[in-house]
Design a protein around this ligand. Structure first.
Ligand code: 13P
Ligand code: G3H
Ligand code: ZN
Ligand code: NA
Length: 282
């Protein structure tokens, strides 16, 4: 492996930009991210969600690793949202360069124990570990603002969490949402401005900040996050939607379906690379 996820995040922090971590489900997805990265001269992270892994299995991981190794720009392979020990222990054997131990569904103390367990195992293999504190809301359009507020990353817990678990990267919940942003969601700077404290803490602890749910965020919010130390943005929905949309126009041959899907995803990925400032950095 030529690069590591840690290296990518260190470079992003020093260069004041962020790296996109794009969820992939199949070969077209992998090729779309790699092609965009090579064209834009950008580093990138290919990430696999447990549900995608269940479907794509080892061939999907192998496809990512092989593409990363052959790419002319730094690309690494990350396991996203590992929320059980078994899932993660299996993932650690598959050749991922970094993993997310997602214990955000657990009570605070249990999240610490879970994350610490995974963190030790992953570090014994020299892999970067990301974990989440707070709880990112899902795709429910009618969740109220209060529901989101209740799950924001608690700065007082964050220090203990980082110290106890030894994680390398912290996924923060500062008003971001997985999936489509609900219409009632306030795209204001205010809640994001609370991220200042997290930025200071992460700098002090040498931990990288990650923002999930980067689909649909405004240019201003993305820039604000980068200014406040976010070095990894997770993007799924927008790329996945581009894929699905491309399937709607009829094509003569399967290879044309594949090519159109790849092009549609590639365009979204390339746009994100410019937005995150990673274009031209590889
Ligand atoms: P979006 O689907 O909102 O882009 O979120 C992606 C994500 O956080 C994957 O872990
Ligand atoms: O506007 C950006 C956010 O404040 C990012 O902050 O990730 O440091 O919490 P944070
Ligand atoms: Zn996520
Ligand atoms: Na989102």
């Amino acid at each position: 492996r030529l690069s590591s996820t840690k290296e990518l995040l260190i470079n992003a922090e020093q260069g004041k930009y962020a790296v996109g971590a794009f969820n992939v489900y199949n070969m077209e997805g992998v090729e779309a991210v790699v092609a965009a990265a090579e064209e834009e001269r950008s580093p990138a992270i290919l990430q696999i969600h447990p549900s995608a892994l269940k479907e794509g299995g080892i061939p999907l991981v192998a496809c990512c690793i092989s593409a990363a190794e052959r790419a002319s720009v730094p690309i690494t392979v990350h396991f996203d949202h590992g929320n059980s020990k078994q899932e993660l222990m299996e993932a650690l054997e598959l050749g991922f360069d970094s993993v997310m131990a997602d214990g955000s569904h657990l009570p605070f103390k249990d999240n610490i124990l879970y994350t610490k367990f995974i963190s030790r195992l992953a570090h014994s293999k020299d892999l970067l570990v990301e974990a989440e504190l707070g709880r990112l809301s899902g795709t429910e359009d009618d969740l109220t603002v209060e529901d989101y507020e209740a799950k924001l990353t608690d700065i007082n817990q964050a220090e203990e969490f980082i110290d106890e678990t030894g994680i390398d990267a912290l996924a923060v919940c500062i008003g971001n949402v997985h999936g489509k942003i609900p219409s009632k969601w306030p795209q204001s700077e205010t809640r994001f401005a609370e991220g200042e404290d997290l930025h200071a803490l992460s700098s002090k602890k040498g931990v990288y900040l990650v923002l999930h749910g980067a689909s649909g965020l405004s240019v201003e919010l993305i820039k604000g996050c980068i200014e406040r130390g976010v070095t990894k943005f997770n993007v799924n929905t927008e790329v996945r939607t581009a894929y699905m949309e491309s399937l709607k126009s009829p094509k003569k041959d399967l290879v044309h379906v594949m090519a159109a899907a790849k092009d549609a995803m590639k365009a979204v990925v390339a746009e994100k690379m410019h937005l995150f400032g990673s274009a031209g950095k590889a």
